[in-house]
Design a protein around this ligand. Structure first.
Ligand SMILES: [Cu+2]
Length: 84
């Protein structure tokens, strides 16, 4: 849905255990256009959940990139979705 949204990310390791105490950066891009990027640091909620508020001001295709860093861990994942 378009507009302000709270994204909640659940971050687990390969065994499905929550990863706590990580630095989680999220960037979002409206892939249909240039110059509509935004980014920020997610807030830890406990039990591997991290939340961040974002404003998806336009419908269309968006991609968020999640960066998870903790000690030796440096992981990145792209998530693509459509905003209506
Ligand atoms: Cu746009």
């Amino acid at each position: 849905m378009m507009g302000d949204m709270e994204l909640i990310l659940t971050i687990t390791d390969g065994d499905g255990k929550p990863i706590e105490g990580a630095t989680v950066d999220v960037s979002a891009d409206h892939t249909d256009m240039t110059g509509m990027g935004m980014s920020g640091l997610a807030t830890e909620q406990g039990e591997g959940r991290y939340s961040i508020n974002a404003n998806f001001s336009m419908s269309g295709n968006w991609k968020i990139t999640v960066y998870v860093r903790k000690d030796g861990l440096d992981y990145k994942e792209d998530i693509e979705f459509k905003v209506q």
